[in-house]
Design a protein around this ligand. Sequence first.
Ligand SMILES: Cc1ncc(COP(=O)(O)O)c(C=O)c1O
Length: 450
Amino acid sequence: MSSARNPENHQIPKSLEMYQRALELIPGGTQLISRRPTRFAHGISPIFASHGKGARIWDVDGNEYIDWVSGIGAILLGYADPVVDDAVKSQIDRGTNFSITHELELELAEELVATIPCAEMVRYTRSGGEACAVAVRIARGVTGRDKVLFCGYHGWHDWYIASNLTAEESLNEHLFSGIEPIGVPSGLKQTAIPFPYDDLNALGELLDANRGEVAAIIMEPIRSELPPEGYLAGVQKLAKEHDVVLIFDEVTTGFRLAVDGIQSVVGVEPDMSVFAKSISNGYAMGAVVGKRDVMSPSSQMFISSTYWGETVGLTAALTTIREVKKRNVPAIVQHTGTQLISQLTAIASEIGLPVVCKGVSIHPYLEFQVEDAETKTKLSTLYIQEMAKRGCHGYTSFYLNAAQGEAELSQTWDAARETFTILAAGLADNRLDDLLECIPKKEYFQRLVR
Ligand SMILES: Cc1ncc(COP(=O)(O)O)c(C=O)c1O
């Protein structure tokens, strides 16, 4: 059992060797920036996975970890969930991609419309970024306008990264700093404009300054905290006043807060919502759902792909949504999150380390309460390093899934107690540099509420 393993024996030689080979063949070494080793404790955290089951993953060196990142949010029921996987396997035996529309396409549409408050019509994609791009295209199509106001992260596509053509720090608060809009057509300059979270005046001013030109407001309705009372209703009011399409990006939150997504929790129904990742427990799938008046005109727009109606993703999404309801997954993950928030804070206070665990229960995060930014980075990297050595893979924030249970929590409390003790001693003796065995983390995804 990994909880009993000796942290001093932790090694990842095969991962490191494979990463060198990958860098030769794959620009950036991986397909997802959040999976880059520098996002974790490079040299200590696992880089290449071998397999996963439930709450746990195994790396190519044979180390077992609780995965507190849940496939960067894509896993909601747990790895290799038997119900979803059995459904997928039997669908594979019946065929995956057809020359006519498969019946599952309609069945999933009916499930989504019955589940998500704003959903009257549905389109599919294979990923979250793609789903955002489809939603933005539809909004531009129905309004005949070009500009998009955004808040949060919405994928890699030109429409979004174009915001850094105008000012290179546009994405700093929404994604991370230093992103150059290389390869994005300069003609898109001024078409994607960021707005700050929880500032209705700023949003109103942007809408006034771009009156008659804004097609859509697209935003992550929550990330690490619940929205302040009345904020999202205020955004919706402004959108209506300016005849702008309001799009919620629910890719990461998914069905973690409620079985119908975020809308019933925050009491606001946008014109469109975008889902991906956890909608299908790790299988490639995305969905754009929305009101009929906005969605219907898109039948005239060229938005089309062979793989959007492929049956593995459709089956995985349909089964995942039904299992989320059956197992009451939001209650499970929120219980886990509440435990993390209270216990990690309590352990830190017992040890005297200036860190608290806070945030919304579906996505808690650790906040190191030290002034100096460099010290903060060192503490978080050292935390990731020492937790990895104790079989807990993660960032300083937690993506939850329903397979994480009492065994995972108990192992995490033990690991955190030892880790926090090391951090507290390192901080007191000014020895953080000596304790870091990895390259300090340089870049962060700077999310809107952190
Ligand atoms: C809120 C949000 N939107 C969009 C995306 C992009 O999704 P994908 O990586 O599936 O393209 C992500 C991914 O992290 C996300 O968190």
